[in-house]
Design a protein around this ligand. Structure first.
Ligand code: PLP
Length: 449
């Protein structure tokens, strides 16, 4: 029976599992065969039984410097003993200022004001609010509409799912924000299948979709466009050549703010500090999280052009009045700041923010060698992100990739699936031998057919 099987598969270390409501989890499947992680170091996790797992996805696209790095561990340990918490409203602690100054050394020129959050979802909602408030403050209060993109992922808060484009994350939750429209997504396997790096075809014309939407709603109603430079959570969808440049031009033409959601693409994932750096297109607002603190302590940050910050703060109200009514109890938390400062040190000392560029072609060679294996229908890559697209099983979308994920885990390699895409985004410290193991294990599983 299923119950007997479950008992047989449940390791001795497994805790009681009823109370914990798991996030984004196939929980009946999980609880029937739990996959627990008990320890991590550098490129690896270990299960409670001591089985070593190669981390092929940097935790969840966040542990960019690898696990339990000494500087970060030490900084957090020291910080918790020295200043565990400081209120961030009308008060501050020095490390939040120090971190903001450090961060703007690596952001694209012009993005030099930093607002701290605790997650990608919070960064997204913060940026959307900044956009609307900015237009209002400069006398353009009719600009309240947001333009997202199909297949976009911007976290799970109401703002993020409204501009997001994943039906499964939207359909259950009612009308969400009103006044949101969506650009077409940029996935075009017929023309751009098996592209190495940035796809060549269709970029400017896909961006022209924004002109269609502006013509429909009128620019005077639109606050901002939000896109991921490379969509991660919907299966690694790249911007074709010229796409982001053209979006930038159209936004400028119509006075619309451009927001890049760099929660995944930030902090070295694409072989450059940010997607904006890699593609040479600077947004007006940039949302980040994940790699900012190496996943060690939750943190996010929104980067804004100085003019946006100034418009919102140089107001002629009495000095005691709060200019921008937004923030979180844990904005710029001391532990997160300590972790982030040590993370930036580690990135700098080891050249990690550009290491993805050095390894890109080796990783691409390994990935694209999977072409022709059973059920593989597309392969995509950039920096240290790779995706292998599988043909869905008839009537069971997502199942084929999920089964591959389970088999890889049994063989000691952690990959991630969304739909029938298998995504890989290893820590930026990965060695070539570990790339071989990661992609080789996937190949072994795919060869089973
Ligand atoms: N935005 C993007 C582009 C993401 O990839 C994610 C998470 O994967 C988020 C936002 C949400 O981040 P969080 O889960 O930290 O709220």
């Amino acid at each position: 029976s299923l119950l007997a099987q479950t008992a047989a598969h449940t390791p001795a270390h497994t805790p009681a599992m009823d109370a914990f409501w798991m996030p984004f989890t196939a929980s009946r499947q999980f609880k029937s065969a739990p996959r627990l992680l008990a320890k991590a170091k550098d490129m690896h996790f270990w299960t409670p039984e001591g089985r070593q797992i190669l981390d092929g996805i940097a935790g969840l696209w966040c542990v960019n410097a690898g696990h339990a790095r000494p500087k970060i561990v030490e900084a957090v340990q020291k910080q918790v003993a020295e200043l565990d918490y400081a209120p961030p409203f009308n008060m501050a602690h020095p490390k939040s200022f120090e971190l903001a100054e450090r961060l703007i050394q690596i952001t694209p020129a012009g993005l030099n004001r930093v607002f701290f959050t605790n997650s990608g979802s919070e960064s997204v909602d913060t940026a959307l609010k900044m956009a609307v408030a900015y237009h209002r403050a400069r006398g353009q209060g009719t600009r309240t509409r947001f333009i997202g993109r199909e297949r976009g992922y911007h976290g799970v808060n109401f703002g993020g799912i409204s501009v997001g484009g994943i039906v499964g994350n939207r359909k259950t939750f009612g009308p969400m924000l009103t006044g949101v429209d969506h650009l077409r997504h940029t996935y075009d396997p017929a023309r751009n299948g098996y592209s190495r790096g940035v796809p060549l075809h269709g970029g400017p014309e896909l961006a022209e979709d924004l002109e269609r939407i502006v013509a429909l709603h009128d620019a005077s109603t639109i606050a901002a466009v939000i896109v991921e430079p490379v969509a991660g959570s919907t299966g690694v969808v790249l911007p074709p050549e010229g796409y982001l440049q053209r979006l930038r031009e159209i936004c400028d033409k119509h006075g619309i703010l451009l927001i890049f959601d760099e929660v995944i693409t930030g902090f070295g994932r694409l072989g450059a500090p940010f997607g904006a750096t890699r593609f040479g297109v600077t947004p007006d607002l940039m949302t980040t999280a994940k790699g900012i603190s190496n996943g060690t302590v939750p943190m996010g940050a929104v980067f804004a052009r100085q003019a946006i910050h100034e418009t919102l703060t140089n107001v002629d109200s009495a000095p005691h009045v709060i200019e921008f009514a937004h923030g979180y109890t844990y904005s710029g938390h001391p532990l997160a700041c300590a972790a982030a400062l040590a993370t930036l040190d580690t990135y700098a000392e080891e050249g990690l923010l550009t290491r993805g560029a050095e390894l890109e072609s080796y990783f691409a060679d390994a990935l694209h060698a999977l072409k022709g294996l059973p059920h593989v229908i597309d392969i995509r890559n950039i920096g240290l992100v790779g995706a292998v697209e599988l043909a869905p099983l008839a009537g069971l979308p997502g199942k084929r990739a999920f089964d591959v994920f389970l088999q890889c885990f049994d063989l000691g390699v952690l990959v991630r699936t969304t739909g029938d895409t298998i995504a890989m985004s290893p820590p930026l410290i990965i060695s070539k031998a570990q790339i071989d193991q990661l992609v080789g294990t996937l190949a072994d599983v795919l060869k089973r057919g």
